[in-house]
Write a protein that binds this ligand. Structure first.
Ligand code: GLU
Length: 459
């Protein structure tokens, strides 16, 4: 049977790191096994779901380099791929369960359920439905109340083998009959997922550990509906640097934030692939990651999202990025050769595209001369150096690497200065800063006319 996996985001927020990793693992597994990867939008929470988030999630997935064989925007043989468009399917499956006596209408009011919960908690018992409407079938339903449909949970032990955790068992006596269709006629999460995974032919469910506790209920539903359950693998939670579950509010927790912060997709996929999995070292392409992917090699303990590691992948990615793509992403197509040359040299100093832009901007943008700079620049020796630099530089048409070496050699000879007394006045005059991009690259970035103008201010 050919493998079919799915990524099933709820469009209630941006794609965050944990979900991106779930999508990636499902994609890697399907691609490795020459199977199909689907995207299904779980938008039954009508109040919190938006089309904007759906669009943004799909965009973020594409930006990461993932593609899908079936989904809301590309269609497919099991359409529709939005749960909000499948509500009548869930209702017909729920009706089937009611007809078979495996589910029933429940007319209990919110007040009754709340009272029940409180009493149970007060007695130190876990809250669960007491089954009051279980055997109402023959009696007349109360008027004016829209019922929910509850699944009649059989008492039994459920065992299954999780691809990551191994054999697990759950006792259903802890569950209570749970709601599968609400009084608004909208299916519950677990019910919709079961119907969809079955009808869409999903063979492997790979998702976060936060869904582990839903799995036994879902297995019960598969059994009751006479549908084949997929195999389940639950991947460990992603923790932030503080060792707490990565929160959506944290910086760099969403894919869009990383993109806006100047991270490249290949760096992001490499960093998230290492959350609970240890592929080979180095920056790997998606197909390289896929070729080594196996569920058995996933870890079952929580993984820490390490921004420093992401930065080191990104540094690597910026280094090997195609030159023209790099220029385009910095918004600089129309620049002279020397400028581009400098950018290619200083890219090794930046761990994000934003940092690289910052480095370039620190040279080409407005200059601020602070007290320290002005103090150095007013010293007689500094003025000597700048005068010598000016007259030597004026002799060259282009301030390239060769010119730079000659100019510095001559300034050194003429002034007898070396080290910081030679370089600092020039650096301060050109940029106002003590450190930063190498002098030779500063000259390439600003060009001769601007360089001489900046020097001239201090002589
Ligand atoms: N829609 C669920 C979520 O975003 C995923 C459900 C699943 O993978 O079974 O957490």
């Amino acid at each position: 049977m050919s493998v079919r996996t799915r990524f099933a985001p709820s469009p209630t927020g941006r794609l965050h790191i944990g979900n991106a990793r779930t999508a990636l693992f499902n994609w890697l597994f399907a691609r490795r096994r020459n199977g199909s990867f689907l995207v299904r939008i779980e938008d039954t929470d009508i109040e919190r779901s938006t089309k904007e988030f759906e669009k943004a999630i799909l965009e973020d997935l594409r930006w990461l380099g993932l593609d899908w064989d079936e989904g809301p925007d590309v269609g497919g043989g099991k359409a529709p791929y939005r749960q909000s468009e499948r509500l009548s399917i869930y209702r017909s499956y729920a009706a089937r369960l009611v007809d078979n006596g495996l589910a029933y209408n429940c007319y209990c009011t919110k007040e009754r359920l709340e009272g029940l919960r409180k009493t149970q908690l007060a007695k130190g018992k876990p809250p669960r439905y007491d089954g009051r409407c279980r055997d109402l079938a023959s009696s007349v339903p109360p008027a004016g109340i829209e019922p929910v449909i509850r699944f009649r949970v059989p008492e039994k032990e459920i065992r299954f083998i999780d691809g990551v955790h191994g054999e697990l068992s759950f006792d259903t006596s802890a569950f209570g009959d749970f709601v599968i269709v609400g009084s608004d006629a909208i299916a519950s999460y677990s019910f919709a997922v079961v119907v969809d995974d079955a009808l869409m032919g999903i063979t492997h469910v790979i998702r976060g550990d936060d869904h582990l506790s839903n799995t036994p209920r879902q297995i019960l539903l598969f059994d009751a509906l006479g549908l084949r359950a997929p195999s389940f693998s639950h991947i460990p939670l992603v923790l932030g640097a503080n060792r707490l579950p990565l929160s959506k509010r944290e910086r760099n927790a969403s894919v869009s934030e990383l993109r806006d912060g100047g991270f490249l997709p290949i760096a992001v996929t490499n960093a998230i692939a290492r959350l609970g999995w240890s592929p080979e070292e180095g920056l790997l392409r998606l197909d390289e990651l896929a070729s080594g992917f196996a569920l058995e090699t996933l870890s079952n303990s929580p993984a820490v999202f390490d921004v420093e590691r992401l930065k080191s992948f990104n540094r690597e990615a910026i280094k090997i990025m195609d030159d023209d793509a790099l220029f385009a992403s910095l918004g600089m197509d129309e620049r002279d050769v020397l400028f581009k040359e400098a950018v290619l040299e200083i890219r090794a100093n930046a761990s994000t595209l934003s940092e690289l832009k910052g480095l370039i901007g620190s040279v080409t943008g407005a200059i601020v001369y602070n007290e320290d700079a002005l103090a150095v620049l007013s010293e007689p020796y500094a003025k000597e150096v700048l005068r010598a630099f000016y007259s030597e530089a004026a002799r060259f048409d282009l301030l390239d690497g060769l010119a730079y070496n000659k100019i510095i050699g001559e300034v050194k000879k003429r002034t007898n200065e070396k080290g910081p007394r030679l370089f600092l006045p020039i650096r301060y005059a050109l940029t106002g800063r003590k450190e930063g991009v190498e002098l030779v690259n500063i000259l390439k970035l600003i060009g001769k006319i601007e360089a001489l103008k900046r020097i001239n201010r201090f002589i």
